[in-house]
Design a binder for this molecule. Structure first.
Ligand code: FES
Length: 592
């Protein structure tokens, strides 16, 4: 431990802590802009400068380590003057069109101006150029960029994608893909993690709201909405509810109030995914054990950011991916076939909107593979943040809404589907069903949770031996099933290198593109707490534990869908509607 003095207060803290951390321990908040704990600690903006006795220059408190005996001033006239000029210089090259900016009232630069007491813009300088790049998922507006480089760090050092970097030097510096290419002409996974950490309106999801409002206002269209599991674990944060508050019922009520004709639940199609994916896994295992040449390990395919990443980075390994579409596109395909039949409607008059925690889903719905008989599975994707804006602009008092519910016939779900939104959840849901189908008994883990794969670690593994199988699965008896789970594209690449080298010991691998899974997806509310992943994950596990049904194959409405419409799991119609294929992509996103 070391002892230092900050603004006259004595603070004791572990050696190695920064001045900013020591100040926080003493209850002193130092203004900051580029710093983001566990993400970006590079000291690029200098807003956090402090005065230290005996040091000539001001020090960036987010990176300079506290030392024993140090005397620090965080609020001296010299510090205040420096911060003000630094801020004014940032503003001198900023559009200042806050009223029409997507981040109005939710912008760190704007909040900082208020904190610093800025009441006028004294400096007007030369403006760096503005270029707006609208990709299917992410919109970049370089005029709003303050060069904090959080996005560069998250893309390069957390996701290990490397789609954007600082280009040029000095005043001409711009954050962009190499050679100024548009994002859609790169190997960007469209995960949107850059939009979560951007402190201004420079990086945001590409607008989906205008199209959805237009569809809702069209009397000739029946507008169907569905919501992904992770949305319910985070939407409340946009309305001031504590992080980790599940808002399933209020969210369903809000969607009804917004005027959607049918409010369905992507959880229903998550249960459907488990039946299709579980069937595929069993088929591949059985084939390999009887001398066939099926490809193992099988890898999950729910996360479109992950799919785009593997298509770019490991194009020779696409056979490992499950052929299942992601749950929301499965729902879209079911709505435009089964539900259109039931309503005796032309599928072209149905408009399917998916509310997702994910920006990559906006890219996914535009893929050529995501349509059946010329009908797009899903017509528009809104992020969780966009749904919150929609609710606010409709004047709905979200916090005081009654607990609503989803509509039949595609609204009922099991707890297995809730945990799809968190790393390890898809694997656990699949194992709950597959193990029971093969042995006739429940998965032998307490509370149905496969504990080795629960948690936020980057890579988790589990194994178990299948004993006493039912007669038709006798050749699986005694097999030790090995599984691995990862979230974030760095961990995915680590597991894929083993797969590519032929040394992967696993039968089944779950990959989610964002660290922690969809709870921390690129379309989720920007977190205000360090342990937001833990709290949102707990919300989903609690939803699961409180459901009367917790295994996908127990969903009665889903079983009815197979009986009345789809036929056999993995059968002809299921394949036509619910399965897909993948394409090899080059570094400019071209098909190869
Ligand atoms: Fe410390 Fe930006 S917050 S340098």
């Amino acid at each position: 431990m070391i002892k230092l003095t900050i603004n006259g207060k004595t603070v004791e803290i572990e050696e190695g802590a920064t001045i900013m951390e020591a100040a926080a321990k003493a209850g002193i908040k130092i203004p900051s802009l580029c710093h983001l704990k566990d993400v970006h600690t590079y000291g690029s903006c200098r807003i956090c400068v402090v005065e230290v006795d005996g040091m000539k220059n001001l020090q960036a408190s987010c990176i300079v380590r506290a030392r024993d005996g140090m005397v620090v001033h965080t609020n001296s006239p010299k510090v205040r003057a420096a911060r003000k000029v630094l801020y004014e210089l940032l503003l001198s090259d900023h559009p200042k069109d806050c009223l029409s900016c997507n981040r109005n009232q939710n912008c760190e630069l704007q909040e900082l101006g208020y904190e610093l007491g800025i009441t006028e813009t004294r400096l007007e300088g030369e403006r760096s150029g503005c270029s707006v790049d609208i990709s299917p998922s992410i919109t970049r507006d370089t005029s709003k960029c303050i060069l904090c480089r959080r996005c560069v760090t998250v893309c390069n050092e957390i996701q290990h994608v490397g789609a954007i970097q600082a280009q040029n030097r000095g005043f001409d510096t711009v954050i962009s893909p190499a050679m100024g290419l548009p994002l859609n002409s790169t190997a960007c996974a469209m995960c949107g993690q850059c939009t979560v950490v951007c402190p201004t309106g420079a990086l945001q999801e590409t607008d989906g709201l205008s199209r959805v409002w237009k569809a809702l206002g069209d009397p000739g269209r029946r507008v169907v909405v569905q919501v992904a599991p992770a949305v319910r674990a985070a939407l409340g944060e946009e309305f001031g509810l504590p992080c980790g508050t599940p808002v399933t019922g209020k969210m369903a009520s809000a969607l009804h109030e917004l005027g959607f004709d049918d409010v369905f639940d992507t959880l229903f199609s998550a249960d459907l995914t488990i039946i299709e994916e579980g069937t595929e896994l069993l088929q591949r295992l059985q084939d390999v054990l009887t001398g066939g040449d099926a490809v193992l390990p099988m890898i999950t395919s729910c996360s479109p950011g992950w799919i785009k990443h593997i298509e770019h980075q490991f194009p020779e390994e696409l056979d490992h991916l499950s052929t299942c579409k992601s749950p929301h596109t499965m729902m879209g395909a079911v709505v435009k076939s089964f539900y259109a039949d039931r309503l005796s409607m032309d599928p072209r008059d149905l408009y399917v909107v998916s509310v997702m925690p994910c920006t990559a889903k906006k890219y996914e719905i535009q893929r050529g593979e995501m349509e059946v008989d010329g009908n797009r599975d899903v017509d528009a994707v809104l992020t969780t943040r966009e749904l919150a804006r929609m609710i606010k602009s409709a004047g709905i008092d979200f916090v005081n809404l009654p607990e609503g519910s989803f509509d039949a016939p595609l609204g009922l779900s099991t707890g297995a589907a809730d945990i799809f939104g968190v790393t390890g959840g898809v694997m656990e849901a699949a194992l709950r069903t597959v193990y029971e189908l093969v042995t006739g008994r429940e998965l032998p883990f307490e509370g149905l949770h496969v504990t080795p794969i629960v948690g936020l670690e980057q890579i988790k593994t589990a194994s178990f031996v299948i004993e006493d199988t039912l007669l038709e699965y006798k050749h699986l008896e005694g097999v030790e099933v090995k599984v691995a789970v990862t979230s974030g594209l760095e961990g995915a690449s680590m597991l894929m290198r083993e797969v590519a080298e032929g040394t992967s010991p696993y039968h089944f691998i779950e990959v989610m593109g964002c660290p922690g899974g969809c709870i921390a997806g690129g379309g989720q509310p920007r977190p205000k707490e360090d342990d937001f992943r833990k709290k949102r994950a707990a919300a989903l596990y609690s939803e699961d534990e409180h459901k009367p049904l917790r295994k996908s194959h127990e969903n009665p409405d889903l079983m009815k869908l197979y009986e009345e419409f789809l036929g056999e799991p993995g059968g002809h119609l299921a394949h036509k509607l619910l399965h897909t294929h993948y394409v090899k992509r080059g570094k400019y996103n071209e098909l190869v």
